[in-house]
Design a protein around this ligand. Structure first.
Ligand code: FDA
Length: 307
């Protein structure tokens, strides 16, 4: 990992830096660019804003790797409340939710996480939307796919996520890329060792295209999560090659990242879903976005310095 990225990710775990960032006046506008706010009401506002120009959302209540059962319970309740509010405000057709199993149960306990996921799926079913289970680091891949598979027995629309940087992903797609299966394909966001993941960016991109082909060929509902302009145009060509109509796959990008491109794709009639994080635990998420792209870090430091 590059030194700058390592430094920023270390800052993500540092309480002093966290306090400085949280209280520095200039940081508010940067946080607001990547995080919709702290409350369910803020998340609903973000959905309305995206829906106004034809984009849909997947809402993520921030938090992961919880060691506190009360926090895990609060996370589940917040998702249930969020889904009820989406239904009550007529927004369920514009938004689904994304969940991390490590936030739903201490230690990502498979049984407890599965039960928590079921409560969230029941609420999603009641309001008429879907749930996607985010993929975390490679030590959780098997358990996460098992939990998704079990949930799909009752709710076939539960979305799975695969990461093109993992060597195993193409073979995982053999059982995931079938018709009716909702699968998000991303490059992968964790620092993984070379024995499980491609470390060369070109190899990750090549794997991404191979996995995309598998999803398109197999008939899955593919959710292409990437900001990469080269991949976006390759994906469109591949979708055409496989005779896929618009609406039989979608593009996904993160809130605040390449919003003009999101709008451009939506204007062209593509389905675009924006991953919208919200909640009190925004700091680690923000740091990961800054680590991914030094240009964002420069923006952030300029905003802090200008106050
Ligand atoms: P990458 O970071 O390789 O960048 C490629 C190119 O994209 C850049 O050269 C630039 O042109 C453009 N670009 C990227 N970031 C930009 C920016 N901030 N501004 C302007 N241009 C930019 N990961 C995971 O492990 N599990 C998960 O469940 C998910 N879920 C998920 C959902 C959604 C909707 C998205 C978009 C992403 C995820 N991810 C994820 C994160 C994902 O794995 C990955 O870390 C990031 O998306 C970054 O990879 P990219 O494909 O965007 O390109």
């Amino acid at each position: 990992m590059e030194p700058l990225r390592t430094l920023i990710l270390a800052a993500a775990d540092n309480d002093v830096i966290r306090r400085v960032v949280a209280t520095a006046p200039g940081s508010r506008q940067i946080v607001a660019r990547f995080v919709a706010g702290e409350t369910v009401a803020d998340a609903l506002d973000a959905v309305r804003g995206l829906a106004a120009d034809g984009r849909t959302a997947t809402l993520d209540y921030l938090g992961e790797y919880t060691s506190d059962p009360e926090l895990a319970e609060k996370t589940v309740r917040t998702y249930v409340h969020l889904l009820e509010e989406l239904g009550a405000h007529g927004l369920a057709r514009h938004a689904e939710v994304s969940v991390k199993l490590s936030a739903l149960a201490v230690g990502g306990d498979e049984v407890l996480a599965g039960r928590a996921l079921s409560r969230i799926c029941e609420a999603a079913e009641a309001c008429g939307t879907t749930v996607t289970v985010d993929m975390e680091d490679h030590t959780a891949t098997d358990a996460t796919l098992r939990v998704v598979e079990r949930a799909r027995q009752r709710w076939p629309w539960v979305g799975a996520v695969v990461q093109s940087y993992l060597h195993r992903t193409e073979s995982d797609l053999a059982s995931l890329a079938h018709k009716g299966s909702r699968v998000r394909l991303c490059k992968g966001a964790y620092a993984e060792p070379g024995d499980v993941a491609f470390t060369d960016t070109h190899a990750v991109d090549v794997s991404y295209v191979r996995c995309a082909n598998a999803l398109l060929e197999g008939g899955a509902y593919a959710m292409f999560a990437t900001h990469d302009p080269r991949l976006v145009s390759v994906l469109r060509q591949r979708a055409r090659w496989y005779g896929r109509e618009r609406g039989s796959y979608e593009y996904q990008m993160l809130y605040g990242i390449r919003p003009d491109e999101q709008r451009r794709l939506a204007t062209e009639g593509e389905t675009v879903r924006v991953y919208v994080p919200f909640g009190e635990q925004w700091y680690g998420y923000l740091m990961r976005r800054l680590a991914e792209r030094p240009a964002n870090l420069a923006l952030f430091l300029r905003a802090l310095a200008s106050r």
